[in-house]
Design a protein around this ligand. Structure first.
Ligand code: ASP
Length: 337
């Protein structure tokens, strides 16, 4: 009798365990998608000048940033925090054209631009032409969270930074050896005043969190040897940065003047929202047809509410990385990955 009871109990236990396993497997399968995509700039990434060491170093920088942002999504954090963390990490990495490694303008100064956008709302914050802000993406976030404005520029943006207690650094912080050398090279080559310099190394991120919210962020020093006061597409909402939960989130990189004239980031989301194109097709149409038709060179990263991602560019390369909840973890530079 006791043996029979024991047997029944263990059967019950077994079926309870099986039930639990089934339930958690279903819960796992039904878990909302999360994903993060980052870029570290598009342009002529000369394979001849790209030594194996430099390539490994870029890849390590991208890996660190994508993993930092993804860790936030994985523990249930917001897409906004994830894109901020990924971009901040690349701003601190001098090989990218943002924060510490920002390209220098004609006068030898870094003038930094950044934007962040919350697809929920949507809400946005941006700053342009600042000289002393260590992490421009953090200041853009503060403009969104703690001011009634969307875009603050130059002295006013720095005044706001002071009020908010963000970290300010002397201009010399941005004058890295590599950027000083790059500026000298650009200035030598820039006899042709109409030439728009090849940009490289701007950073950006887009993400989808478990709550279904999209976010985008972009940060840059702009073009090397640019005129003082020049602002590119990165901090212009709809041009280089855009996010809306109803359509998609986009961060662009490339010759900003073209992205601004065509409102590239918004155009992609409009093609998704009103044209009912898939994200991949919308991105491809804008990057390879519309942008290219006007001579615009560059690329974008994008994500939609279902977790579909796109990373496309019409240049020789784009530093990029992606991670999602299905185990995808990709780091690539050229078309052939
Ligand atoms: N889009 C940036 C700008 O024009 C540059 C870049 O993406 O490399 O300021």
């Amino acid at each position: 009798m006791i043996a029979a009871l024991g047997e029944t109990m263990s059967h019950r236990n077994l079926s309870a365990v099986l039930c639990l396993m089934l339930l958690s497997a279903t819960a796992l399968a039904a878990e909302p998608p999360i994903a993060l995509v980052i870029h570290g700039g598009a342009g002529v990434i000369d394979r001849a000048r790209m030594t194996p060491e430099r390539e490994a170093s870029y890849r390590a920088g991208l890996a660190a940033a994508v993993d930092a942002g993804y860790a936030i999504l994985e523990r249930g954090g917001s897409s906004l925090d994830a894109v901020g963390a990924a971009v901040r990490m690349m701003e601190d990495d001098p090989q990218f054209n943002a924060g510490r490694g920002a390209a220098l303008n004609h006068d030898g100064d870094a003038e930094l631009d950044s934007a962040i956008m919350d697809g929920n709302g949507p809400r946005a914050g941006a700053i342009a032409g600042v000289w002393h802000v260590k992490n421009p993406v953090d200041l853009a976030r503060l403009v969104m969270d703690r001011s009634p404005h969307v875009l603050l520029v130059a002295g006013g943006a720095e005044e706001f930074a002071l009020e908010q207690g963000v970290v300010l650094v002397p201009r010399s912080y941005f004058r890295t050896r590599a950027r000083i050398a790059e500026l000298a090279e650009e200035q030598q080559a820039a006899e042709d005043k109409a030439r728009i310099q090849n940009p490289k190394g701007t950073v950006g991120a887009v993400a989808l969190d478990r709550a279904g919210n999209l976010a985008a962020a972009t940060s840059t020093g702009g073009l090397a040897n640019k005129h003082a006061g020049r602002v590119g597409d990165s901090p212009i909402i709809g041009a280089g940065t855009y996010a809306n939960n109803q359509s998609c989130a986009v961060s662009g990189t490339g010759a900003g003047e073209y992205f601004m004239r065509q409102l590239v980031a918004y155009d992609i989301c409009a093609l998704v929202a009103y044209g009912h194109l898939t994200l991949e097709r919308a991105v491809s149409e804008v990057v390879h047809e519309k942008l290219r038709a006007t001579g615009g060179e560059g690329g974008v990263i994008a994500i939609d509410p279902a977790g579909n991602i796109a990373m496309d560019f019409n240049t020789a390369g784009m530093f990029r990385a992606a991670r999602d909840g299905h185990g995808r973890r990709e780091i690539a530079i050229y078309h052939d990955k």
